[in-house]
Design a protein around this ligand. Structure first.
Ligand SMILES: NC(=O)c1ccc[n+]([C@@H]2O[C@H](COP(=O)([O-])OP(=O)(O)OC[C@H]3O[C@@H](n4cnc5c(N)ncnc54)[C@H](O)[C@@H]3O)[C@@H](O)[C@H]2O)c1
Length: 366
């Protein structure tokens, strides 16, 4: 299992280009990378809310350079990329919300699909070897709500614009990989590319609209009932550090064996941690020690998949990975983050160290 010590060994002093560094997952990844001595260039829009995690952790201070720019502008992306000269790319920038994708499908398609194509195109023009981890989602599969456990070879699809845009990203990544970054020509192009399909992540520092943990926290803070619109929907819940650890682990393997890892990988919890929204909310209430639920189903709400499960066997086999937190622990850590009173950086670092079991290595490092 990857440790902070391993990450430091590979990433200390390396140049990393991180898109979406101002977002929820990006802010956590930025902290791990900075803690491990990587030189991170960030590229994303500015955080949307004053309370966003990026501001709380003073994300600018963790970057060598932070670009607040649009991924749809390929010239600006190209310039930032050339200046950064990265050894690693993590592409997280996206419009990631299903409901927002119904409100603005064109924007979602532009940012997600063309944003991904722009990152790949910039990589194509880049003459140095580079490892790239391209983040899509578990929603890329053709899902008819029949309870299938999706594995990587299942057909891609997508009912809502967000899911369809991310399925399209998978096709774009696959096309670039076959056309320009084929593993058999690694000596010529030097690019190693994976796509990662992670499930719903939870954790402290998420303030997005229409996501379950931020919704619960807002309700608790305002002493209001927690309203559940889709109580019986099931999702493969994972703590945010779980997929981030895998992105880093994959990147380290790709760095060592660039021709061995050019595929798509599901990232999800074990089946026993695929919980309903209602069960997650009840557990959150028990951790917080307060809160009431109200079910308010809206028959006119836009369609969202009711059942979503991922087969995680491939990543388990290839990385010898197993989840470090079950759903109960992930919910506990997420809610606890908001309850703690230390500053946000200290709270994140405490959870990062505990997740990676870093106390011993940390003492050695310091
Ligand atoms: N959070 C989850 O549960 C989850 C699950 C599966 C996959 N993902 C994927 O993980 C990635 C990160 O998600 P998140 O939860 O951190 O989302 P987020 O909304 O918190 O962050 C999104 C990031 O993308 C950036 N971005 C958005 N539009 C942009 C644009 N036009 N130009 C440049 N940057 C832009 C934002 O500035 C932000 O930094 C996304 O690709 C998302 O689809 C998230």
């Amino acid at each position: 299992m990857v440790t902070i010590h391993h990450i430091r060994q590979v990433f200390a002093g390396k140049r990393v280009f991180l898109t979406g560094h101002t977002g929820f997952k990006g802010s956590w990844l930025l902290q791990i990378l900075a803690y491990c001595g990587a030189e991170v260039t960030g590229y994303a829009l500015p955080p949307e809310k004053a309370q966003d995690l990026y501001y709380q952790i003073d994300g600018d201070s963790l970057c060598v350079k932070s670009h607040f720019k649009d991924i749809r502008n390929i010239d600006q992306l190209q310039a930032a990329f050339e200046e950064a000269k990265p050894d690693f790319v993590f592409h997280l920038a996206a419009q990631p919300l299903v409901l927002k994708s119904y409100q603005d499908p064109l924007y979602t398609f532009e940012v997600n699909t063309m944003g991904t194509a722009h990152v790949l195109e910039v990589l194509k023009k880049y003459s140095q070897p580079c490892v790239a981890v391209m983040v899509t989602t578990d929603k890329v599969y053709e899902n008819n709500d029949r309870g299938k456990n999706f594995s990587e070879n299942d057909p891609l699809g997508g009912f809502d614009p967000y899911s369809a845009s991310k399925a399209a990203c998978e096709l774009i990544i696959s096309s670039y990989r076959h056309s320009f970054f084929h593993y058999s020509k690694m000596a010529t192009h030097g690019k190693s590319i994976v796509s990662v399909r992670a499930g719903n992540v939870i954790g402290g520092g998420d303030y997005a609209d229409n996501r379950i943990i931020p919704d619960i926290i807002r309700s608790l803070e305002n002493n209001e009932e927690i309203v559940l619109r889709n109580p019986k929907s099931t999702r493969p819940w994972q703590h945010v550090l779980e997929p981030l650890a895998i992105y880093l682990d994959l990147a380290m393997h790709m760095f060592k064996e660039p021709d061995q890892w050019n595929e798509a990988f599901n990232i999800g919890p074990d089946k026993s941690d695929v919980w309903t929204v209602e069960d997650l909310a009840k557990e959150a209430i028990s951790v917080a020690g307060k809160g009431r639920l109200r079910i308010e189903q809206n028959p006119d709400a836009p369609h969202e998949a009711a059942l979503l499960m991922l087969d995680n066997q491939k990543i388990k086999d290839k990385l010898h990975w197993k989840p470090r937190m079950n759903a109960r622990e992930a919910i506990g850590a997420s809610i606890q983050w908001y309850l703690d009173e230390e500053d946000a950086s200290a709270r994140c670092l405490k959870q990062i160290k505990s997740f990676f079991d870093d106390e011993i290595q940390d003492a050695e490092h310091d």
